[in-house]
Each structure stands twice: as structure tokens, then as C-alpha cells.
Design a protein around this ligand. Sequence first.
Ligand code: PLP
Length: 386
Amino acid sequence: MAITNQNIIYLDNNASTAVDDRVIESMLPIFKSNFGNAGSDHAFGWEANEVVDIARERIGDLLNCKPSEFLFTSGATEAANIGILGFCKANKAKGKHLITVRTEHKAILEPVKALEKEGFTITYLNVDDCGMIDLQELDTAITDQTILVAIMLANNETGLIHPIDAIERIVHDKGSALFCDITQAVGKIKVDLDILNIDLAVFSAHKMHGPKGCGALYMNRKNKLKLNSIFYGGGQEKGLRPGTLNVPAIVGFGTAAYFAKAELKDNIDKMLALRKILEANLEEIEGIIIHAKNNKRLPNTVNFAVLNIDGGKLLRRLNKIAVSRGSACNANTVEPSHVLTAMGFSNDTALASFRVSLSKETTSSDIEFAILNIKEAIYSLQKMTA
Ligand code: PLP
């Protein structure tokens, strides 16, 4: 099924995904009849609590963790704030040094920046031109004051996958804790939290065909973590995320997790096959760079730059597909992507870089259509500048 809005093909699935029909179906009864508060001590409340527990089981099943190891939040951003700020406030007597990477999502960089203002020292690891950190640099950066290292599993702009197994060994050998943003990886690659042995992780329903406004913070039970609450209210979600649970969204999240697990292999194969066709066609174009092409990447993500072309003009010509420039925009300015500039690309190249992100719903005709639009757009601009 082509996902279209006014005949525009949707290829921005790392920004958000369409909600799976089966997810919507599972949520509808919760709005209509099972609308009780999961905290209420009567039949409506018990029923709400029961469906929340089923969702917890399903998410735990997808990620191979216990249902009691995560709490529900409004998304990955909120989960990251609760996890990073809560952990650092609870453990600051041990040290006030944090390590993260220049290419992390703003959901991680901004809470880290807030801690810097409160007197924490931050080391920002550099990356190479593929977005990969240097493990030796990480090892050297960890001191006896380092309480937390925050490194994402898969990058939202390039799809690059970090070697979290090796990172985990380094971080734990040095006695620090590992926070990992797994938002883009869940549902696109196998994520086994038991094997990964991360301390804290965050993820979000709307990146995996679930509803918006629902995410989770995972806390590894084996590593006995201490977190201070940054919110105050009722005691929901271990007191760390107080407030009435968003039961319909949580149920949708659980359904999305169920199908993500059941269909993971098929979805990966399908997205990889389409990505291969897209990349083979892109490589026929002169001046194209596919970022992190030879690295381990998410099966759905292609981020390409076109050299010697005005990114703004190209964006206006890519008017038949919804893709992302990986840049923060406001009314007057367009910022080059902090990920691509950290990888050493110039502002111009970053602004002429486009992320195409597929989903399980992307079809081969969507990709053919996208290839036509991209080729026509680039060739016409190249002809004008020749
Ligand atoms: N982390 C990554 C890697 C993301 O791609 C996103 C979403 O753009 C987030 C965190 C934030 O997720 P949410 O929209 O659930 O707050």
C-alpha cells in the first residue's frame, strides 16, 4: 500500500510511522468501553490495569526484558529526561562527569546540556566521516568521575548502528553506567536487552507503527540503578512518571510490539530489498555520496548527499516524496544537520543531504516513483549548473 497524502509518497518513517490498522483496532475499545483509570480499585480500573499488563508483556517479549523493567512515558524524549536527569541527580556523589556523542538526538543532548549548566562536566565524543565513534577515545575518556555514558544504538539520520556490545564492555569495565537511545532500532533490527546489558534505554511507539504520545524508559533490574524522580504526583510508574496512564496508547504500543516481533524478519528482508534498489539507482547519479554506506546500518535508512548542488533548490524539486533533510528548520533559518557536520561534512553538503526512510508499508512502486523524482530533480539542477 502506497502511503500518500495528495499523491506524495511518504518516505520519512524515521520521523514517524503510520499507525498499523491492527494497532488502531486494538485501541478503539479502550476509548469506547474500557476507559477506566488503571489506578482505580474497581472493575473498570482492574480491566484497564489488565490491558496495560498485557502491553507490558508484549513489549518485554519484543525486547527480551521483564515487564517490570520499564515504565511508560509520553515518548522517548520524556523517557530520556527521566532517565538521564534522574540517574545523574541520584548518583552525583560518585562523580559529575558524563560522556556522550556529538551525533546523539536532541532528546539526549539537551538534558545533558541542562546538567552541564548544573555543574556536570560533559565529554562529547567525536565521530569519523561515517558517524562512528573511536572505542579507544571512549575508553580513555572514562574517568573515576564518569557516572554515565550515553550512546545511541542506531542513528536517526544515517541509520548507523553503534557496536553497543563492545561499548557496554568498556563502560562497565570502568565502573560507569550506559544509557542507550534505542528509539530507531526497535522494530527495525533485533534488540535483545538481556544480551545488550545496557543500564538505561529509551524508545517510542510512534517509530514502530504505534501511536504518538507513548514511549518507555527501560531500567536494567540486574544493575540495581538509583534514580531520583524529576516529577512529582501520584505514585504511578515507580513514582518516576506519575500521572494517569495513557491506557489506549499503551495498548496500541503493546500491539505494535507484538507485530514488530512476529513480523521482524519479513519486514527487514522487505526493507533491505527495496533499499538495495534505491541505493543502486542513487549510485548511478554523479556526485552522490551515501552516508555510512559500508557500515552496519538500519535496513530502512538511506541518507545521501549530492555534491555541488544547492540543497534548498533540490528540496523544492523533491516535491513528490516526503523525505527529510535532517535539519532543524524554523521560519527564517535552516540549520545544517548537527549529525552530518559532526561527521566532517561542510554546511553546504549537509544542507544537500536527504534522508529517505522506508517502513514495512513501503512498496516497490513507491521506490520506483521516488527514484524517478530524485533523478529528475538532480539531473535538472545539474543541467542548469553545467
Ligand atoms: N531519539 C531518537 C533517535 C529519535 O529519532 C527520536 C524521534 O525523533 C527521539 C529520540 C524522540 O522521540 P519522541 O518523539 O518519542 O520523543
